[in-house]
Design a protein around this ligand. Structure first.
Ligand SMILES: Cc1ncc(C[n+]2csc(CCO)c2C)c(N)n1
Length: 230
């Protein structure tokens, strides 16, 4: 191998295997609705109610990641991310809530997870409880990664100005801070994958691909106003 060539990393391989799911996410009518600014108040409220609870579980899973960590720099990263989710991710929610016309207090007060949000959060919790740190991180990584890629694409396509209803949402996820979070995930996952055996790497891949598919159906849950049938 020449000095300029390098082999494909584990996370690059995962990203390329998940490409059809990423493309389906970019074409999803909810994501297109963010670009075009034409989602209904009910769809936006439905998303924020579920996502608020989803992010609570995300923080719990970071707590489990801390309990599986031996390196202080990993503990520091997960601790920082709990702060990011609790404080910074309020901003995109407030943007959607404002456009929806529903008060944030009502959206934050919902307490029943709908089938898809329940399914997704149980998947991340299961990966955390049953798996290694690498397996857990592979279940979480598609969360920042899909939003970062959506943010970048929409920013490039829409170039939102002050009149765009979802300018803050798009700019929040297109911010280089989210790109840095993704790089921090990838660096750790690649390190853990290189120390993992075949079975663990297979679980890492499965958890990652499942989370990508869950991201896709999470958008459908909001777009279709999913409810428990009974
Ligand atoms: C369903 C769903 N998936 C991903 C995100 C975005 N997101 C979740 S956690 C996080 C930061 C990780 O530390 C980011 C960017 C969301 N809000 N809701």
């Amino acid at each position: 191998m020449s000095a300029t060539e390098r082999s494909t990393s584990f996370t690059e391989e995962l990203r390329s295997k998940a490409d059809p799911v990423f493309e389906a996410i970019f074409r999803h009518p909810f994501v297109r609705g963010i670009a075009e600014g034409n989602l209904s108040g009910e769809q936006l409220a439905h998303y924020v109610r579920q996502d608020f609870q989803y992010l609570t579980v995300f923080c719990q899973v970071y707590g489990l990641a801390v309990s599986k960590s031996t390196r202080r720099e990993d503990i520091a990263f997960f601790n920082e991310q709990i702060g990011f989710v609790l404080d910074s991710e309020n901003h995109p929610h407030q943007n959607l809530a404002r456009v929806s016309g529903y008060p944030m207090e009502e959206l934050e007060g919902a307490n029943e997870l709908l089938p898809t949000a329940r399914n997704y959060t149980r998947h991340t919790l299961y990966s955390a409880h049953s798996g290694t740190l690498g397996e857990l991180l592979c279940a979480l990584y598609p969360c920042p990664l899909t939003y970062w890629e959506i943010g970048l694409r929409l920013k490039e396509e829409v170039k939102p100005d002050d009149s765009h209803p979802f300018k803050e949402w798009i700019e929040f996820y297109a911010d280089p801070i989210v790109g840095d979070i993704c790089r921090e995930f990838a660096r750790r996952i690649d390190r853990l994958a290189s120390d993992a055996g075949k079975a663990e790497r297979a679980n890492m891949e499965e958890h990652y691909l499942t989370s990508c598919r869950m991201e896709h159906i999470f958008w459908s849950m909001a777009y279709d106003l999913e409810e428990w049938p009974v």
